[in-house]
Ligand binder design. Structure first.
Ligand SMILES: [Zn+2]
Ligand SMILES: [Zn+2]
Length: 598
């Protein structure tokens, strides 16, 4: 991947003699994969010059993708001045964090309303598509992108780009979760550890470093990191190279040089191999895979493009705070997001309520002896329901206790005082996280070998054959289901050799139920998709064919699982005992037929 910085300034553009070397334009980064995929991250004022450069090299026919971290001005102000969007024939996709009741398109249109700008969003000449993102994974051509919410007083996504064997992470605007870590002490843990996992093993990390540790105490709650924290996170996450960015408008070239020099001296003194520099406007570099690669993926990821709407439906927040000021701020934030709120004056009733009512998040004070939030959290987690384990439990306190919180099962600490915009963002992020019920199947460990066995069958994209159709017809009749398939899971799609009750065709691997069977290598029965967090928001469930029941048996050849024999119903069903045996028998027949092909 090749990276070029077009804007590295934070908050407001700051041109002038003091910022000539590091630049005065706000956030904008150009990324190109070796196969030519063009991705732009953020559209601050730096996007103007980037647009001009793209127009100069190819006046028409440009295709590109814009990832927006959040819709604060310094990250979107260049968008209405980005020339390629106005050229008919150009093709652009714009991605950004989904709000609760607002799409990324609506948020971007706001700054181009009549009062603020003479041209409206609808007047772009190019074909422009908008994509709402939540936390998860998605792909743009040859680039795999993971998204994570950052800690900022607006819903903000960090982006992790993987292509050509190299990893680039863009992580601004972000503030440390722990006050102790921000001050240079404290233990890594909780949400900061989760942030480190997102950065893990990056070959190049672009990180918010607006402040110094000395300046930070006066800037708590503004949503930015001290440079020292950024470097500590990079070290902890075994990053190869860190580029400090989102430079404060008050930091001139000389003081940036000084800041980098100080950080390098500290790294040298502890023998660290981490490279640190300050990103400079106009600077361009190649992101190369470092020698020591580490596995850096959570096994199961939700789909970042999950359609989760309407979000506030079935969501609710439980609140028990003894401090009336915090309680009022929190209640106002929850109401502003149009989410029902349940307030408790006696917090001991909460664990029982959680068990019965399944709220979306719980917010508690931890100010013993008046209220022991840790004890209530433990009681919630002791509820045996699976729901109560994944429920976000947020504790408000004067200082965080990460270690005790982890033992008790606290999801996140919010340290007082806090602003209402921070609280709104926390509520949004946790509601969106819990609302997303669509998980892509993990890629099996033996994927390469599996694909070569599948390819060796020579069966993909061949015409239907009676010997396979016989089996799916039998399955449909035996089990009285409307749909039975022999499906094969290719690297990016599921393709059906035989379709009984469904029109032939391929679907994306992201949506594929069978891809889960291919990963698990055993029979999978989903009695009711709407009650399964892996599938409830899958488009095959929410739209036609409205899958409600699924049962799939793995087709294993030469020890590799190439696909499934599966059945689908639009009704809730079960499959037990002897019926499982019958499904296995039919599956064995399908495997026999596939073997004839080798
Ligand atoms: Zn910013
Ligand atoms: Zn911001």
């Amino acid at each position: 991947m090749r990276v070029k910085f077009w804007g590295t300034r934070g908050s407001i553009a700051k041109p002038g003699v003091g910022t000539v070397r590091y630049g005065g334009n706000t956030s904008c980064v150009e990324v190109r994969s070796s196969r030519g995929t063009l991705i732009i991250i953020d559209c601050g004022t730096g996007a103007h010059a980037l647009g001009q450069s793209l127009l100069a090299s190819s006046p028409t026919g440009t295709r590109g993708h814009i990832l927006i971290s959040h819709t604060h001005w310094d990250h979107i102000q260049g968008l209405p001045f980005f020339g390629p969007l106005f050229v008919p024939g150009n093709d652009w996709n714009i991605y950004g964090p989904k709000g609760l009741d607002e799409s990324v398109r609506e948020a971007l249109a706001g700054q181009m309303e009549y009062t603020y700008f003479p041209v409206a969003l609808e007047q772009f000449g190019a074909t422009v598509r908008y994509h709402d993102l939540v936390e998860g994974v998605f792909e743009i051509d040859d680039v795999r992108i993971t998204t994570r919410y950052l800690n900022h007083p607006a819903l903000t996504l960090g982006y992790r780009l993987e292509a050509d064997g190299a990893t680039l992470v863009y992580s601004t605007d972000h503030e440390p979760h722990s006050r102790a870590l921000a001050a240079g002490g404290g233990q890594m843990g909780g949400q900061d550890e989760r942030h480190a996992e997102f950065l893990r093993g990056a070959d190049l990390l672009l990180h918010d470093a607006q402040y110094t540790a000395k300046e930070y105490p006066a800037k708590i709650g503004w949503g930015h990191s001290p440079a020292e924290y950024a470097v500590r996170m990079a070290q902890h996450a075994e990053v190869a190279k860190i580029a400090l960015t989102h430079h404060d408008p008050l930091r001139d070239d000389k003081s940036l040089d000084q800041l980098v020099e100080n950080l390098r001296a500290v790294l040298r003194s502890c023998g660290s191999t981490l490279e640190v520099f300050a990103a400079a406007e106009g600077q361009s570099l190649e992101v190369e895979p470092s020698l020591a690669r580490r596995p850096n993926h959570v096994a199961v990821e939700t789909n970042a493009r999950a359609a989760i709407s309407p979000v506030p439906a079935n969501q609710s927040v439980v609140l028990a705070l003894c401090d009336p000021v915090s309680a009022a701020t929190f209640a106002a934030a929850v109401e502003a997001e149009k989410i029902p709120l349940h307030t408790f004056s006696d917090p001991s009733a909460i664990p029982g309520y959680v068990k019965a009512e399944h709220p979306s998040m719980v917010v508690l004070d931890h100010c013993p002896p008046r209220m022991d939030g840790l004890a209530i959290c433990r009681a919630i987690r002791n509820g045996s329901l699976a729901d109560s384990q994944s429920l976000p439990v947020i504790l408000l306190a004067d200082r965080e206790d990460t270690a005790a919180g982890e033992t008790a099962g606290v999801t996140e600490w919010i340290v007082k005082p806090f602003t209402s915009s921070y609280v709104r963002t926390k509520v949004r992020a946790w509601i969106l996280r819990t609302a997303c019920r669509w998980v892509r199947a993990p890629i099996p460990e033996d994927e390469q070998g599996r694909l070569s066995v599948l390819k060796s069958l020579g069966i993909l994209d061949t015409a239907p054959e009676p010997r396979f159709d016989r089996i799916t017809r039998l399955a449909a009749a035996l089990f009285d289901v409307p749909i039975a398939l022999i499906s094969l899971v290719d690297w990016d799609r599921q393709w059906c050799k035989s379709c009984c009750g469904l029109e032939a065709g391929a679907i994306s691997r992201d949506e594929s139920f069978c891809a889960h069977v291919v990963h698990e290598r055993q029979i999978m029965v989903v009695p009711d998709t709407l009650r399964d967090p892996r599938f409830a928001d899958n488009p095959l469930v929410t739209q036609a064919p409205r899958v409600r029941f699924y049962a799939g048996a793995p087709l294993i050849l030469d020890g590799k699982c190439v696909g499934t024999l599966c059945m689908i119903d639009t009704r809730v069903r079960s499959l037990e005992g002897p019926a499982i045996g019958l499904l296995q028998d039919l599956r064995d027949l399908a495997v026999q037929e596939l073997k004839q092909k080798i």
